[in-house]
Design a protein around this ligand. Structure first.
Ligand SMILES: C[S@@+](CC[C@H](N)C(=O)[O-])C[C@H]1O[C@@H](n2cnc3c(N)ncnc32)[C@H](O)[C@@H]1O
Length: 206
């Protein structure tokens, strides 16, 4: 049985997100991905950045099965560990010691607007327990409002469609996200405008 999931948006944005990651000087070590979904980003980035070990995670079994299937399909079993079952709200996150010791950074792509706001808060809280060094990073990718305003009509429509699916979902306000970052000792280090009205934000510890 082939458990691989295929996400068209992921297929489209992986190249652009990879370009941002390529600007970061990476050493050997781990990148922890939160909410890895299908696993398509993970296998792409593991192949593109062989110096790091890409550690996926997702709380949903069907996603973890898809990630494992993609790892298998791409013959990456020797390079990539199996996905961890991390729900950002269940703290402390259970992370192997080896990863904590050589963690380069944490990344979460298109997660915070398709979950409740508590997940954004937990993402920063949990990340702040693992990131202590100014060289480490936390990267978020997705659509954001700026000063509570949508940056495009398509994001506004997307926001409405998210709220119809779940009233607690929705495109987040950049300032509110940065405030959560600040509360947890992070500062917005760099921000990149991405195709389709998305942003990539790199946070670092102060
Ligand atoms: C829209 S998908 C994005 C998946 C992938 N990052 C991508 O861009 O293709 C959101 C992901 O967040 C995960 N997720 C939902 N609730 C979560 C939580 N409490 N903690 C961590 N991840 C969560 C979902 O299982 C799903 O894989």
């Amino acid at each position: 049985m082939d458990n691989r999931l295929f996400y068209p948006a992921t297929e489209k944005n992986k190249k652009y997100i990879g370009e941002i990651i390529s600007k970061i000087p990476l050493k050997q070590g781990f990148i922890l991905e939160i909410g890895s979904g299908s696993g398509e980003h993970a296998i792409e980035f593991q192949k593109r950045f062989p110096e790091i070990t890409w550690q996926t995670s997702d709380p949903e079994t069907k996603h973890r099965n898809s990630i494992s299937a993609w790892i298998d399909h791409q013959d990456l079993n020797i390079r990539m560990p199996q996905p961890l079952n991390i729900d950002v709200n269940k703290m402390p996150w259970e992370i192997p010691y080896e990863i904590k010791q050589s963690l380069q950074g944490i990344i979460s792509i298109n997660m915070i607007h398709i979950t409740q706001w508590i997940c954004t808060k937990s993402l920063f809280k949990g990340s702040s327990q693992l990131i202590n060094d100014e060289r480490q990073f936390l990267i978020l990718y997705g659509p954001f409002k700026i000063n509570t305003k949508h940056t495009s009509q398509s994001n506004e429509l997307f926001d409405k469609s998210l709220k119809l699916q779940n009233k607690d979902w929705g495109v987040r306000d950049l300032e509110a996200v940065c405030e959560e970052a600040r509360i947890n000792g992070f500062t917005k280090n760099e921000i990149f405008e991405m195709p389709s009205n998305n942003l990539t934000i790199i946070f670092k510890k102060l």
